[in-house]
Design a protein around this ligand. Structure first.
Ligand SMILES: Nc1ncnc2c1ncn2[C@@H]1O[C@H](COP(=O)(O)OP(=O)(O)O)[C@@H](O)[C@H]1O
Ligand SMILES: [Mg+2]
Length: 259
């Protein structure tokens, strides 16, 4: 078996007396598009924060693209090729949408397989980067907003710009935290389908947090990891998840009210 793009082993994260992430293990392969789902407060963002090095984990092991990233700093993990977005988007508010995409990413001189697909023949010099940014905005259906100030955008539009910035950074693996929160349903589905195609065709693995189970089941992810109260309730293909009794109980029983 080849090395997974991301492997999380027995991850635990405590905040004082609160165990936010309780001994979870999972992996994501190159080119896989995997949903991480669960009710508010179940530990999804904390898991991302531990993987990306923003939080020191209590115990466990993180491997990113074949390298042991346990205890590494965020910039070191980013240099391995892992890019993440945040649940609460942080754009340059006084810059336009296109300028936000053109702020140089840290790995600007790496070849970008995502862009090779969106815009065959793309290069890393400035003129090409502008065209690359427009190709990404086209894919996200927001190129008509290229010259709007980021401060004028709705929450959903800001999330799309943030996905755009992540795609500009030549990622080899992407962690997206609720990337389509606040984006209208049909557009959100198209974005997911496009991201999924990018993952499959470029080999860039993606782990995507989403809190809406109906949505994630409709969007054709390869696999779903369901968290509840810091633990992994179940992981499997969308069909397996639909059949899972524990998911049905958690989502349709009392816990389901939290969604
Ligand atoms: N920096 C922090 N300090 C203390 N508690 C936190 C911190 N971040 C998250 N938590 C707590 O950890 C739990 C998991 O939060 P989080 O990972 O944000 O959940 P999710 O992303 O699934 O909604 C929650 O109870 C939350 O209040
Ligand atoms: Mg969260």
């Amino acid at each position: 078996m080849s090395t997974p793009a991301l492997r999380v082993t027995e991850l635990i994260k405590d905040f004082g007396g609160l165990r936010a992430v309780d001994n979870i293990s999972f992996q994501v392969e190159d080119g896989e598009f995997v949903g991480l789902i669960g009710p508010n407060g179940c530990g999804k963002t904390t898991t991302f924060n531990c993987i990306s090095g923003l939080l020191e984990m209590t115990s466990g092991k993180i491997e990113v693209l074949g390298e042991d990233a346990t205890g590494s700093r965020p910039d070191q993990i980013q240099n391995l090729g892992l890019t993440r977005t945040f649940q609460h988007t942080r754009l340059w508010r006084e810059m336009t949408v296109i300028e936000n995409l053109l702020v140089p990413p840290r790995r600007q001189f790496s070849p970008n397989p995502l862009l090779a697909l969106l815009r065959p023949g793309s290069r890393t010099n400035e003129r090409h980067r502008v065209a690359d940014a427009y190709a990404i905005l086209d894919m996200l259906e927001i190129s008509h907003m290229a010259h709007n100030l980021a401060s004028e955008l709705s929450g959903g539009q800001s999330k799309l710009v943030d996905i755009g910035r992540a795609l500009m950074s030549s990622p080899r693996f992407l962690l997206l935290d609720e990337p389509v929160a606040g984006v209208a349903g049909p557009l959100a589905e198209r974005i997911f389908q496009n991201l999924r195609s990018l993952a499959t065709e470029t080999g860039v693995g993606m782990l995507v947090i989403e809190h809406n189970m109906d949505f994630i089941l409709r969007t054709g992810v390869d696999r779903i990891i369901v968290m509840d109260a810091g633990r992994i309730l179940v992981q499997g293909t969308p069909d397996e998840i639909k059949e899972s009794q524990s998911v049905v109980e958690a989502y349709l029983g009392d816990a389901g009210a939290a969604l």
